[in-house]
Design a protein around this ligand. Structure first.
Ligand code: PPE
Length: 315
Protein backbone atom coordinates (compact mmCIF):
# COMPACT_ATOMS: atom_id res chain seq x y z
CA UNK A 1 0.00 0.00 0.00
CA UNK A 2 0.98 3.60 -0.40
CA UNK A 3 1.86 5.36 2.82
CA UNK A 4 1.23 8.85 4.09
CA UNK A 5 3.11 10.77 6.77
CA UNK A 6 0.74 10.90 9.73
CA UNK A 7 -2.03 8.90 11.36
CA UNK A 8 -4.55 10.18 13.90
CA UNK A 9 -4.65 7.93 16.95
CA UNK A 10 -6.81 8.55 20.02
CA UNK A 11 -6.66 12.31 19.58
CA UNK A 12 -2.96 12.57 18.70
CA UNK A 13 -1.34 12.92 15.31
CA UNK A 14 1.55 10.44 15.15
CA UNK A 15 4.07 9.46 12.44
CA UNK A 16 2.77 6.67 10.17
CA UNK A 17 5.30 4.08 11.42
CA UNK A 18 4.52 4.78 15.06
CA UNK A 19 0.78 4.11 14.91
CA UNK A 20 0.96 0.75 16.72
CA UNK A 21 -1.18 -1.33 19.09
CA UNK A 22 -0.46 -4.15 21.54
CA UNK A 23 -0.65 -7.74 20.21
CA UNK A 24 -3.33 -8.50 22.81
CA UNK A 25 -5.64 -5.83 21.41
CA UNK A 26 -9.15 -7.30 21.70
CA UNK A 27 -10.11 -6.48 18.12
CA UNK A 28 -7.14 -8.39 16.76
CA UNK A 29 -8.35 -11.59 18.44
CA UNK A 30 -12.10 -11.36 18.06
CA UNK A 31 -12.70 -8.88 15.22
CA UNK A 32 -14.39 -6.47 17.62
CA UNK A 33 -13.76 -3.35 15.54
CA UNK A 34 -15.89 -1.16 13.33
CA UNK A 35 -14.64 0.93 10.45
CA UNK A 36 -15.48 3.17 7.52
CA UNK A 37 -14.17 3.69 4.02
CA UNK A 38 -14.44 7.27 2.76
CA UNK A 39 -12.85 9.11 -0.15
CA UNK A 40 -11.62 12.66 -0.61
CA UNK A 41 -11.41 13.94 -4.18
CA UNK A 42 -9.49 16.75 -5.82
CA UNK A 43 -12.33 18.59 -7.51
CA UNK A 44 -14.01 21.92 -8.14
CA UNK A 45 -13.95 22.88 -4.45
CA UNK A 46 -10.33 21.80 -4.01
CA UNK A 47 -9.79 18.70 -1.91
CA UNK A 48 -13.13 17.66 -0.42
CA UNK A 49 -14.42 14.63 1.45
CA UNK A 50 -17.45 12.94 -0.14
CA UNK A 51 -20.49 12.42 2.12
CA UNK A 52 -18.23 12.77 5.13
CA UNK A 53 -20.82 13.15 7.90
CA UNK A 54 -22.92 10.23 6.65
CA UNK A 55 -19.94 7.90 6.75
CA UNK A 56 -19.03 9.00 10.27
CA UNK A 57 -22.63 8.61 11.38
CA UNK A 58 -22.58 5.06 10.03
CA UNK A 59 -19.36 4.45 11.99
CA UNK A 60 -21.19 5.47 15.16
CA UNK A 61 -24.16 3.27 14.21
CA UNK A 62 -21.90 0.27 13.54
CA UNK A 63 -20.30 0.81 16.95
CA UNK A 64 -23.69 1.07 18.67
CA UNK A 65 -24.81 -2.22 17.11
CA UNK A 66 -21.82 -3.89 18.81
CA UNK A 67 -22.29 -2.15 22.20
CA UNK A 68 -19.34 0.17 21.62
CA UNK A 69 -19.26 3.86 22.57
CA UNK A 70 -16.92 5.86 20.37
CA UNK A 71 -15.40 8.50 22.66
CA UNK A 72 -15.35 11.12 19.85
CA UNK A 73 -18.39 12.74 18.29
CA UNK A 74 -19.05 12.73 14.55
CA UNK A 75 -18.02 16.40 14.50
CA UNK A 76 -14.75 15.73 16.33
CA UNK A 77 -13.88 12.92 13.93
CA UNK A 78 -14.84 15.08 10.97
CA UNK A 79 -12.54 17.92 11.98
CA UNK A 80 -9.72 15.51 12.87
CA UNK A 81 -9.99 13.95 9.40
CA UNK A 82 -9.93 17.28 7.56
CA UNK A 83 -6.90 18.31 9.60
CA UNK A 84 -5.16 14.98 8.95
CA UNK A 85 -5.63 15.24 5.17
CA UNK A 86 -4.22 18.78 5.25
CA UNK A 87 -1.24 17.75 7.38
CA UNK A 88 -0.46 14.87 5.04
CA UNK A 89 -0.66 17.25 2.09
CA UNK A 90 -2.89 14.87 0.14
CA UNK A 91 -4.97 16.24 -2.73
CA UNK A 92 -7.06 13.07 -2.86
CA UNK A 93 -7.11 9.99 -0.65
CA UNK A 94 -8.98 7.08 0.85
CA UNK A 95 -9.91 7.58 4.50
CA UNK A 96 -10.10 4.70 6.98
CA UNK A 97 -11.46 5.50 10.44
CA UNK A 98 -11.45 2.47 12.75
CA UNK A 99 -12.72 2.03 16.30
CA UNK A 100 -11.48 -1.11 18.00
CA UNK A 101 -11.81 -2.77 21.35
CA UNK A 102 -8.30 -2.27 22.69
CA UNK A 103 -5.90 -3.86 25.11
CA UNK A 104 -6.78 -4.87 28.65
CA UNK A 105 -9.15 -7.83 28.77
CA UNK A 106 -9.28 -11.20 27.06
CA UNK A 107 -12.36 -13.33 26.53
CA UNK A 108 -15.45 -12.67 24.54
CA UNK A 109 -17.00 -10.00 26.73
CA UNK A 110 -15.59 -6.80 25.21
CA UNK A 111 -17.53 -4.42 27.43
CA UNK A 112 -14.65 -3.68 29.82
CA UNK A 113 -12.05 -3.23 27.07
CA UNK A 114 -11.10 0.32 26.11
CA UNK A 115 -12.13 1.69 22.71
CA UNK A 116 -9.25 2.92 20.56
CA UNK A 117 -9.96 5.14 17.59
CA UNK A 118 -7.66 5.73 14.63
CA UNK A 119 -7.96 7.54 11.31
CA UNK A 120 -5.60 6.76 8.44
CA UNK A 121 -5.51 8.46 5.04
CA UNK A 122 -3.53 7.41 1.99
CA UNK A 123 -3.79 7.50 -1.80
CA UNK A 124 -5.71 4.48 -3.08
CA UNK A 125 -6.41 3.95 -6.79
CA UNK A 126 -9.21 2.02 -8.50
CA UNK A 127 -10.28 -0.81 -6.20
CA UNK A 128 -11.17 -3.17 -9.05
CA UNK A 129 -8.59 -1.77 -11.48
CA UNK A 130 -8.72 1.02 -14.05
CA UNK A 131 -9.49 -1.45 -16.77
CA UNK A 132 -12.35 -2.93 -14.74
CA UNK A 133 -13.87 0.52 -14.36
CA UNK A 134 -13.60 1.16 -18.09
CA UNK A 135 -14.49 -2.19 -19.61
CA UNK A 136 -16.28 -3.99 -16.82
CA UNK A 137 -15.23 -6.84 -14.55
CA UNK A 138 -15.84 -10.58 -14.54
CA UNK A 139 -17.68 -11.81 -11.45
CA UNK A 140 -18.54 -15.18 -9.95
CA UNK A 141 -21.54 -16.05 -7.83
CA UNK A 142 -19.83 -17.18 -4.67
CA UNK A 143 -20.33 -20.57 -3.06
CA UNK A 144 -20.14 -18.61 0.21
CA UNK A 145 -23.48 -17.09 1.22
CA UNK A 146 -23.54 -13.61 2.70
CA UNK A 147 -23.94 -14.08 6.46
CA UNK A 148 -27.53 -14.17 7.67
CA UNK A 149 -28.91 -11.24 9.69
CA UNK A 150 -29.65 -13.59 12.60
CA UNK A 151 -25.98 -14.58 12.77
CA UNK A 152 -24.30 -11.20 12.36
CA UNK A 153 -25.35 -7.67 11.44
CA UNK A 154 -25.17 -6.72 7.75
CA UNK A 155 -26.00 -3.10 8.60
CA UNK A 156 -22.81 -2.81 10.66
CA UNK A 157 -19.46 -2.29 9.01
CA UNK A 158 -17.66 -4.47 11.53
CA UNK A 159 -14.23 -6.00 11.01
CA UNK A 160 -14.92 -9.58 12.09
CA UNK A 161 -17.81 -9.81 9.66
CA UNK A 162 -15.40 -9.29 6.79
CA UNK A 163 -14.08 -12.85 7.09
CA UNK A 164 -17.19 -13.72 5.08
CA UNK A 165 -16.13 -11.28 2.34
CA UNK A 166 -12.54 -12.53 2.46
CA UNK A 167 -13.67 -16.11 1.72
CA UNK A 168 -15.81 -14.97 -1.19
CA UNK A 169 -13.16 -12.64 -2.59
CA UNK A 170 -10.34 -15.19 -2.47
CA UNK A 171 -12.54 -17.88 -4.00
CA UNK A 172 -13.37 -15.55 -6.91
CA UNK A 173 -9.73 -14.56 -7.46
CA UNK A 174 -8.49 -18.16 -7.34
CA UNK A 175 -11.16 -19.03 -9.91
CA UNK A 176 -9.77 -16.36 -12.22
CA UNK A 177 -12.54 -13.79 -11.64
CA UNK A 178 -12.28 -10.20 -10.43
CA UNK A 179 -14.99 -10.18 -7.79
CA UNK A 180 -17.57 -12.31 -5.97
CA UNK A 181 -21.31 -11.76 -5.90
CA UNK A 182 -22.87 -13.30 -2.82
CA UNK A 183 -26.39 -14.63 -2.41
CA UNK A 184 -28.04 -14.25 1.00
CA UNK A 185 -29.10 -17.14 3.24
CA UNK A 186 -32.40 -17.42 1.28
CA UNK A 187 -30.60 -17.64 -2.05
CA UNK A 188 -31.49 -14.20 -3.42
CA UNK A 189 -28.85 -11.76 -4.66
CA UNK A 190 -27.16 -9.84 -1.82
CA UNK A 191 -23.98 -7.92 -2.71
CA UNK A 192 -20.33 -8.04 -3.73
CA UNK A 193 -17.52 -8.77 -1.28
CA UNK A 194 -17.08 -5.02 -0.80
CA UNK A 195 -19.75 -3.42 -2.97
CA UNK A 196 -23.50 -3.17 -3.37
CA UNK A 197 -25.06 -4.39 -6.61
CA UNK A 198 -27.61 -3.02 -9.08
CA UNK A 199 -29.11 -4.62 -12.18
CA UNK A 200 -30.89 -3.09 -15.16
CA UNK A 201 -33.57 -5.33 -16.60
CA UNK A 202 -36.34 -4.42 -19.07
CA UNK A 203 -35.61 -0.74 -18.51
CA UNK A 204 -35.87 -1.02 -14.73
CA UNK A 205 -33.05 -0.19 -12.31
CA UNK A 206 -33.25 -2.74 -9.48
CA UNK A 207 -31.30 -3.32 -6.26
CA UNK A 208 -31.64 -5.88 -3.45
CA UNK A 209 -33.68 -4.60 -0.49
CA UNK A 210 -32.14 -3.82 2.91
CA UNK A 211 -33.48 -7.16 4.11
CA UNK A 212 -31.17 -9.08 1.71
CA UNK A 213 -28.18 -8.95 4.11
CA UNK A 214 -26.62 -5.93 2.42
CA UNK A 215 -24.59 -3.11 3.89
CA UNK A 216 -26.66 0.07 3.63
CA UNK A 217 -24.08 1.55 1.28
CA UNK A 218 -23.59 5.26 0.94
CA UNK A 219 -22.55 5.03 -2.73
CA UNK A 220 -25.82 3.15 -3.18
CA UNK A 221 -27.68 6.11 -1.71
CA UNK A 222 -25.74 8.37 -4.07
CA UNK A 223 -26.94 6.26 -7.02
CA UNK A 224 -30.54 6.65 -5.79
CA UNK A 225 -30.21 10.44 -5.96
CA UNK A 226 -28.31 10.49 -9.27
CA UNK A 227 -30.78 8.08 -10.85
CA UNK A 228 -33.63 10.36 -9.75
CA UNK A 229 -31.79 13.33 -11.32
CA UNK A 230 -31.61 11.34 -14.57
CA UNK A 231 -35.32 10.49 -14.37
CA UNK A 232 -34.73 6.86 -13.40
CA UNK A 233 -36.53 5.13 -10.58
CA UNK A 234 -34.79 2.57 -8.40
CA UNK A 235 -36.81 -0.47 -7.36
CA UNK A 236 -35.67 -2.33 -4.24
CA UNK A 237 -36.80 -5.93 -4.40
CA UNK A 238 -35.48 -9.46 -4.16
CA UNK A 239 -33.38 -10.39 -7.17
CA UNK A 240 -33.25 -14.03 -8.26
CA UNK A 241 -29.89 -15.47 -9.27
CA UNK A 242 -31.13 -16.06 -12.82
CA UNK A 243 -31.92 -12.36 -13.16
CA UNK A 244 -28.20 -11.67 -12.97
CA UNK A 245 -27.73 -13.70 -16.13
CA UNK A 246 -30.81 -12.22 -17.81
CA UNK A 247 -30.00 -8.61 -16.91
CA UNK A 248 -29.17 -6.06 -19.59
CA UNK A 249 -26.67 -4.41 -17.26
CA UNK A 250 -25.14 -5.10 -13.85
CA UNK A 251 -22.91 -2.76 -11.87
CA UNK A 252 -21.35 -2.55 -8.43
CA UNK A 253 -21.09 0.50 -6.17
CA UNK A 254 -18.85 1.29 -3.23
CA UNK A 255 -16.63 4.00 -1.88
CA UNK A 256 -13.44 2.18 -2.81
CA UNK A 257 -14.80 0.67 -6.06
CA UNK A 258 -16.98 3.67 -7.07
CA UNK A 259 -19.26 2.55 -9.97
CA UNK A 260 -17.96 -0.56 -11.74
CA UNK A 261 -19.67 -2.31 -14.65
CA UNK A 262 -19.93 -6.12 -14.52
CA UNK A 263 -19.50 -7.51 -18.03
CA UNK A 264 -19.65 -11.21 -17.24
CA UNK A 265 -21.06 -13.36 -14.42
CA UNK A 266 -20.22 -17.08 -14.20
CA UNK A 267 -18.80 -16.91 -17.74
CA UNK A 268 -22.06 -15.61 -19.16
CA UNK A 269 -21.90 -12.20 -20.86
CA UNK A 270 -24.18 -9.55 -19.37
CA UNK A 271 -26.22 -7.83 -22.10
CA UNK A 272 -23.90 -7.12 -25.01
CA UNK A 273 -20.89 -8.02 -22.84
CA UNK A 274 -19.94 -4.35 -22.62
CA UNK A 275 -20.92 -1.67 -20.11
CA UNK A 276 -24.45 -0.51 -20.92
CA UNK A 277 -25.87 3.01 -21.25
CA UNK A 278 -27.44 3.23 -17.78
CA UNK A 279 -24.21 2.12 -16.12
CA UNK A 280 -22.20 4.57 -18.22
CA UNK A 281 -24.55 7.44 -17.41
CA UNK A 282 -24.51 6.75 -13.66
CA UNK A 283 -20.74 6.29 -13.70
CA UNK A 284 -20.39 9.71 -15.32
CA UNK A 285 -22.84 11.37 -12.91
CA UNK A 286 -21.04 9.78 -9.95
CA UNK A 287 -17.69 11.04 -11.18
CA UNK A 288 -19.14 14.54 -11.62
CA UNK A 289 -20.71 14.48 -8.14
CA UNK A 290 -17.58 13.39 -6.28
CA UNK A 291 -15.60 16.09 -8.07
CA UNK A 292 -18.24 18.77 -7.55
CA UNK A 293 -18.68 19.25 -11.29
CA UNK A 294 -21.91 20.75 -12.53
CA UNK A 295 -22.75 22.28 -9.15
CA UNK A 296 -25.35 19.65 -8.29
CA UNK A 297 -25.16 18.12 -4.81
CA UNK A 298 -22.35 20.29 -3.49
CA UNK A 299 -23.88 19.47 -0.09
CA UNK A 300 -22.14 16.09 -0.41
CA UNK A 301 -18.71 17.71 -0.36
CA UNK A 302 -16.80 18.68 2.78
CA UNK A 303 -13.82 20.80 1.69
CA UNK A 304 -10.53 20.25 3.48
CA UNK A 305 -9.77 23.95 3.25
CA UNK A 306 -12.69 26.27 3.89
CA UNK A 307 -13.60 28.77 1.13
CA UNK A 308 -12.19 31.57 3.30
CA UNK A 309 -8.80 29.89 2.94
CA UNK A 310 -8.51 28.83 6.58
CA UNK A 311 -7.20 25.30 6.96
CA UNK A 312 -9.31 22.84 8.90
CA UNK A 313 -6.28 22.69 11.20
CA UNK A 314 -7.21 26.19 12.41
CA UNK A 315 -10.83 25.27 13.10
N1 PPE B 1 -20.99 -3.80 0.92
C1 PPE B 1 -19.84 -4.13 1.57
C2 PPE B 1 -19.70 -5.47 2.16
C3 PPE B 1 -18.83 -3.17 1.68
O1 PPE B 1 -17.70 -3.49 2.32
C4 PPE B 1 -18.99 -1.90 1.08
C5 PPE B 1 -17.91 -0.88 1.17
C6 PPE B 1 -20.19 -1.62 0.42
C7 PPE B 1 -21.17 -2.58 0.37
C8 PPE B 1 -20.48 -0.27 -0.18
O2 PPE B 1 -20.64 0.71 0.84
P1 PPE B 1 -20.33 2.25 0.61
O3 PPE B 1 -18.86 2.40 0.52
O4 PPE B 1 -20.92 2.92 1.79
O5 PPE B 1 -21.01 2.62 -0.65
N2 PPE B 1 -16.60 -1.37 1.21
C9 PPE B 1 -15.54 -0.52 1.73
C10 PPE B 1 -14.32 -1.29 2.15
C11 PPE B 1 -13.55 -1.98 1.08
C12 PPE B 1 -12.29 -2.61 1.62
O6 PPE B 1 -11.72 -3.45 0.91
O7 PPE B 1 -11.82 -2.26 2.70
C13 PPE B 1 -15.25 0.65 0.79
O8 PPE B 1 -15.68 0.65 -0.35
O9 PPE B 1 -14.59 1.58 1.25
Amino acid sequence: MEQAEFIWMNGEVVPWAEAKVHVLTHGLHYGTSVFEGIRAYDGELGTAVFRHTEHLERLHESARLFYMDIPYSVEELRLATLDLIARNGLAHCYIRPLATRGYGVMGLNPLEAPVDVVIAVWPWGSYLGDEGKQKGIRAKVSSWRRFAPDALIPHAKASGQYLNSVLAKVESLKGGYDEAIMLDAQGVVSEGSGENIFIVRNGQLIEPPQTASVLDGISRRTIHALAADAGLEVTSRDIARAELYLADEVFLTGTAAEVVPVREIDDRPIGSGEPGPVTRKLQELYDDAVHGRGGLHLEWLDPVVSPAGASAADA
